[in-house]
Ligand binder design. Structure first.
Ligand code: KIV
Ligand code: NA
Length: 266
C-alpha cells in the first residue's frame, strides 16, 4: 500500500473530511500509530521536551531531527511523515532552509517538512516548494520563539493580532504551503482562518473548527510527567501503566517469583 501524500491531504479539505495528526519520535511508537490509521505523523521538535530531555525545543539539532525522522519513516508504511526544521535550521534564509530540508528528505526519507513563522518565513517556504519539498507551515504560538514570547501565551487575541494572524495564514498559503498548524489561537479566529484558506488548518489549542487536529503523542497518551496544557485530552494513562509494570517486575525480581518455570530453559 502506498503512503499518504500531500495530494490526499488537499483532497480531504475539498471533501470536508477532518483528519488526525500525532507526533512520533521512534520507530516502535510510530508503527503503533501507523497501524491505528493515523494518516500524518509529525516528527516534531517537541522531541526536545519529551524525548531528549531539553527544557524547550530550542536546542534540538539537525542531527537529532534526521536520526529520529529516519526511525519514524522506517517504522511506518502508510503515514505521511513530516519533520520539523529545528530552530536555527532555516532562520538564515531560504538557501539554508533548502539545504536542511533536503537533508531530511534524502537522509531520513520524510515526505514533507514543517517550519515556524508566517510572513517572516514565506521566502523559505516558497523556495522549498519550488524545489519539490512539501511544506507544512506553523503560525500562532511558535514555540521556537519562546525567548521572544517570554513563555507560551495564547496568540491572536485583539484586533491587531488577529489581523496579523490572518496575514500570516495567507502568506504561507500564497508561498505554497500544503497545510498550516494553528497553535494556541482563539477558536473563533481559527475558524475564520479555516474558512478563508483553501489549504487545511491543523489545530492545537485552536478549537473544533480546524480541518485537522494534532497532539503531542506523550500528552495524548498520558505519558507526560506533571501538568498538561488545557487543550490536551489524555486518551490513556500510559505513565501509570508503564510505571506499574516496572514496579511489578521489580517486586517479582526482588521476591524471587520472576522468572517462573514457563520463562525458564533447561
Ligand atoms: O513539535 C511539535 O510537536 C509541533 C506540534 C505541536 C504542532 O510542532
Ligand atoms: Na514543533
Amino acid at each position: 500500500s502506498r503512503r499518504v501524500t500531500v495530494r490526499d491531504i488537499a483532497a480531504a479539505k475539498a471533501r470536508g473530511d477532518k483528519w488526525p495528526m500525532l507526533t512520533a519520535y521512534d520507530a516502535m511508537t510510530a508503527s503503533v500509530f501507523d497501524e491505528a490509521g493515523i494518516p500524518v505523523l509529525l516528527v516534531g521538535d517537541s522531541m526536545g521536551n519529551c524525548h531528549l530531555g531539553y527544557e524547550s525545543t530550542v536546542p534540538v539539532t539537525m542531527d537529532e531531527m534526521t536520526l529520529l525522522s529516519a526511525a519514524v519513516v522506517r517504522g511506518t508504511e502508510r503515514a505521511l511523515v513530516v519533520a520539523d526544521l529545528p530552530f536555527g535550521a532555516y532562520q538564515e534564509g531560504p538557501v539554508q532552509a533548502l539545504r536542511n530540508a533536503t537533508r531530511l528528505v534524502k537522509e531520513a526519507g520524510v515526505g514533507a517538512v514543517k517550519l515556524e513563522g508566517g510572513e517572516r518565513s514565506a521566502d523559505q517556504i516558497k523556495l522549498l516548494v519550488d524545489a519539490g519539498i512539501p511544506v507544512m507551515a506553523h503560525i500562532g504560538l511558535t514555540p521556537q520563539s519562546v525567548n521572544a514570547f517570554g513563555g507560551y501565551p495564547v496568540q491572536g487575541r485583539g484586533e491587531e493580532a488577529a489581523q496579523q494572524l490572518l496575514r500570516d495564514a495567507k502568506a504561507v498559503q500564497d508561498a505554497g504551503a500544503f497545510s498550516v498548524v494553528l497553535e494556541a489561537v482563539p477558536a473563533e479566529l481559527a475558524a475564520e482562518v479555516t474558512r478563508t484558506l483553501h489549504i487545511p488548518t491543523v489545530g492545537i489549542g485552536a478549537g473544533l473548527d480546524c480541518d485537522a487536529q494534532v497532539l503531542v503523542w506523550t500528552d495524548m497518551a498520558g505519558m507526560t510527567k506533571g501538568r498538561v496544557p488545557r487543550f490536551v485530552k489524555q486518551y490513556a494513562q500510559l505513565r501509570e501503566a508503564l510505571g506499574g509494570a516496572a514496579k511489578e517486575f521489580a517486586e517479582e525480581v526482588v521476591s524471587g517469583t520472576f522468572p517462573a518455570a514457563e520463562h525458564t530453559f533447561h
